[in-house]
Design a binder for this molecule. Structure first.
Ligand code: CA
Length: 746
């Protein structure tokens, strides 16, 4: 680690030299503020009304993370005149999910695995960059690409959590590392980190990801200036034999079976949504799903399993629980409560109430009184069958066990694990009192896989259930056991074939009444993006097809469609410098569970080179990337190294360990192993066992596979490639679409 951090420092110093040059040239421009030092965000600035205007001070823009701007220079009338102001190439080709921050004309944002970029917000000129030295072994458990959802900027420092859970404080002027803290308690488990840190009072708080990967979730608070650990809050108990960490853990323990699978960790990771209320000095964290999924394995006697799938309010100075609200008691469906939260004030029954709003995976839009956690509203915003409604008195969902309990057989459960809404930030327009968000109407087939005594798989996926989502479930049937398909055919959800096809839409939604104001379909259920709303009456969003769009906030009418040639998932944001308003977005595809492009995806045609795009009125045309070259013939694999038994065993090993990244589809992000070169075959052992390609994200597996396993894996891949080469090289174009129907099987 010492060497790694020394290299990282060296890298930064080189950048610093360049940064100084850039700063000198910028002195005459607009990017330097005389009033504040670089990266100067504090409580006063965040609380001032101007925070929502020229600046974009948090990933959500303001203290409440509304993703709404009071800027109106770009508005309904003129938005069609938007063109490119500048673009910046990140030099990466994985997913970009962060919303940039802009402070006094400087943009700070994060990219692949926790890289940080500081750019002149007027020109896109690079001021400094930071590339953390990431331990790529972590990538073995990172479920959803090597993404990062943003930085925190506070009093001259930029905070970022790298994929391997290392938290960095950087000098906002130079990118120099001021301190770093290892936030991972046990590197023998499947922790990673992808969320943006949250500043809360005197501390900066970060959680982790990997609820399915053999972990026990927690968040940790560090001193803003020194990086010293101040407190840690575990989201689930360690088990009855362990010393309970706190009153909160004793309370939580009573909601679990004493014979729970404590060895697998319980899950409950806080991988995204957090928010801070300075007045109440409370930090709100959103807790993830249970691990493994089936409660019959995780906590066989049932129980609520606190604090899974909950919003928990912690005192920022101590980490003590002030209140909690559990959305999905005893979660069995991967229903995280980690989605972004918005803090605002609402008029309810004549009273102004400080509220917290969230649209989590489970399909209900929650409004809580953020002083005490009281549930004020829980309107459905997408198709759900796991619960009919939420009782406002008890706060409990009315769970439909007949529809959703899969302990005795397969079920088709709505929403799917992809969520009715996911991490893609929603926007709250306080003038129109509307939420704008990207939603999905989709169910997935789920059934239990293993007996309760299934062994723990250290640092790997421990689902305990098969989860299958597809727009054509019938096409998946040949791959499923006959007793499963027979049972599925009896389900009421199965009879409605149209309803089984997933779809996604951008939706304007009244959170208090549940009324949908308007909605616009996207290109498919996978096509979901973050949203920006503005006082100009415009809603901005990107798309997988590579189109940047603007809609009328009142009617949903399409006002602008700019083809940029890069798939987008992240939320746009806006800022103003010297009287010019800009709208910016990070562009590149990535994310959860399916690492290949759909044929309508810009990624399929143009690749996935990461870009930051900024637009302004009267800007220029947007350059479209060069189209990808044709795929060409499939290289012939070497001679087979195993027999039929090896191939079958290799396939099982591959599905259990490798398939989450290697979908083996055309133009997929992780290499399509059906197109391995003779060189890759020759180096197969070096790559898989010794980490030859670890710098590119391929970890080593020598602690999981032995040499017999390696041979079986190779035998399977040779067989796969031989079959594919035979088909493709004889001119069969049948699966050149790269659009399989099986999305995720574990
Ligand atoms: Ca999950």
């Amino acid at each position: 680690m010492a060497l790694a951090s020394a290299l990282s420092m060296l890298h930064c110093r080189r950048r610093l030299a360049r940064a100084l040059l850039v700063s000198v040239t910028a002195l005459t421009g607009s990017a330097v503020s005389a009033e504040f030092p670089p990266g100067w965000v504090n409580g006063e600035r965040l609380a001032s009304p101007a925070a929502g205007r020229e600046q974009w001070l948090t990933t959500g823009g303001d203290a409440g993370k509304s993703h709404y701007s009071r800027l109106a220079r770009i508005n309904k009338e003129n938005v069609a005149q938007l063109g490119l102001a500048w673009e910046y190439h990140t030099g990466t080709n994985r997913g970009l999910e962060a919303t940039p921050i802009v402070v006094d004309g400087v943009m700070y944002t994060s990219g692949v695995a926790g890289r940080v970029y500081a750019l002149d917000a007027v020109t896109g000129g690079e001021i400094w960059t930071f590339t953390p030295a990431v331990d790529m072994q972590v990538n073995r458990a990172a479920c959803c690409d090597m993404v990062n959802r943003g930085v925190a900027v506070w009093q001259g420092k930029v905070y970022v959590a790298a994929l391997d859970g290392m938290l960095y404080a950087l000098n906002a002027a130079s990118g120099e590392v001021l301190w770093q803290a290892d936030t991972i308690v046990d590197r023998g488990r499947g922790y990673s980190s992808t969320g943006a840190p949250q500043v809360a009072g005197k501390v900066v708080v970060i959680g982790n990801a990997g609820a399915e990967s053999d972990v026990r979730g927690y968040v940790t608070a560090y001193d803003l200036d020194t990086g010293a650990e101040v407190w840690r809050f575990y989201t689930v108990p360690a088990g009855p034999g362990s010393a309970a960490e706190s009153a909160a853990m004793r309370e939580a323990l009573a909601t679990w079976d004493p014979n729970s699978r404590w060895d697998i960790g319980g899950g409950g990771t806080v991988w995204d949504g957090m928010a801070y209320d300075a007045e109440l000095d409370l930090i709100y964290i959103g807790v993830g799903n249970g691990g493994p999924y089936p409660q019959s394995i995780r906590s066989p006697a049932g129980g609520a399993n606190l604090y899974l799938a909950s919003i928990v309010a912690l005192r920022a100075s101590t980490g003590e629980v002030a209140w909690h609200y559990q959305q999905t008691p005893g979660d069995r469906w991967d229903y995280t409560a980690t989605q972004p939260m918005v803090l605002t004030d609402l008029e309810i029954d004549g009273e102004t109430v400080p509220v917290l709003m969230q649209a989590p995976k489970n399909g209900f839009f929650y409004i809580l009184d953020r002083r005490n956690g009281k549930l004020l509203s829980a309107q459905k915003f997408a198709r759900t069958n796991w619960a009919s409604h939420v009782d406002l008195e008890t706060g409990l969902p009315a769970i439909d066990e007949a529809a959703a309990d899969y302990s005795s057989g397969p079920k088709i459960v709505f929403p799917a694990t992809v969520g009715a809404h996911n991490w893609h930030p929603m926007a709250w327009d306080p003038e129109r009192q509307l939420i704008y968000m990207s939603t999905a109407e989709m169910g997935n087939l789920i059934y239990e896989l293993d007996a309760p005594d299934v062994p723990r798989r250290a640092r790997r996926l421990n689902h305990g259930a098969a989860l299958i989502f597809s727009h054509d479930l019938e096409a998946v049937f040949p791959y499923l056991p006959p007793h499963i398909t027979a049972a599925v055919e009896q389900l009421p959800e199965w009879q409605d074939k149209e309803g089984l096809k997933g779809r996604s839409m951008l939706k304007a939604f009244d959170p208090l009444t549940g009324e949908e104001r308007w909605s616009v379909p996207t290109s498919g259920w996978w096509d979901r993006s973050g949203v920006l709303a503005t006082a100009g009456g415009v809603v901005f969003t990107g798309s997988d097809t590579g189109h940047f769009r603007a809609f009328d906030a009142d009617s949903g009418e399409l006002l602008l469609e700019l083809e940029v040639g890069t798939s987008m998932l992240a939320a746009p944001m806006t800022y103003e410098v010297d009287g010019e308003q800009y709208v910016a977005i990070m562009a590149a595809w990535g994310g959860g569970g399916w690492s290949y492009p759909h044929p309508t995806s810009a990624q399929y045609r143009y690749g996935n080179a990461g870009r930051i795009l900024a637009f302004r009125l009267g800007g220029g045309p947007v350059p479209i990337p060069e189209p990808l070259p044709p795929l060409g013939p499939v290289p012939e694999p070497p001679a087979q190294v195993g027999d039929a038994e090896d191939i079958a065993r290799g396939q099982a090993l591959f599905m259990a360990n490798c398939a989450i990244c290697h979908s083996n589809q055309e133009r997929s992000q992780a290499p399509d192993l059906r197109r391995m070169s003779p060189g890759s075959h020759a180096a197969f052992e070096l790559i898989v066992m010794q980490g030859l390609l670890s710098a590119g994200g391929m970890p080593s597996w020598d602690d999981v596979f032995d040499h017999d396993d390696l041979r079986a894996l190779h035998a399977y891949l040779i067989d796969l490639q031989a079959e594919y080469a035979k088909r493709k090289n004889s001119g069969d174009e049948s699966d050149s679409s790269g659009a399989p129907t099986v999305i995720s099987t574990f």
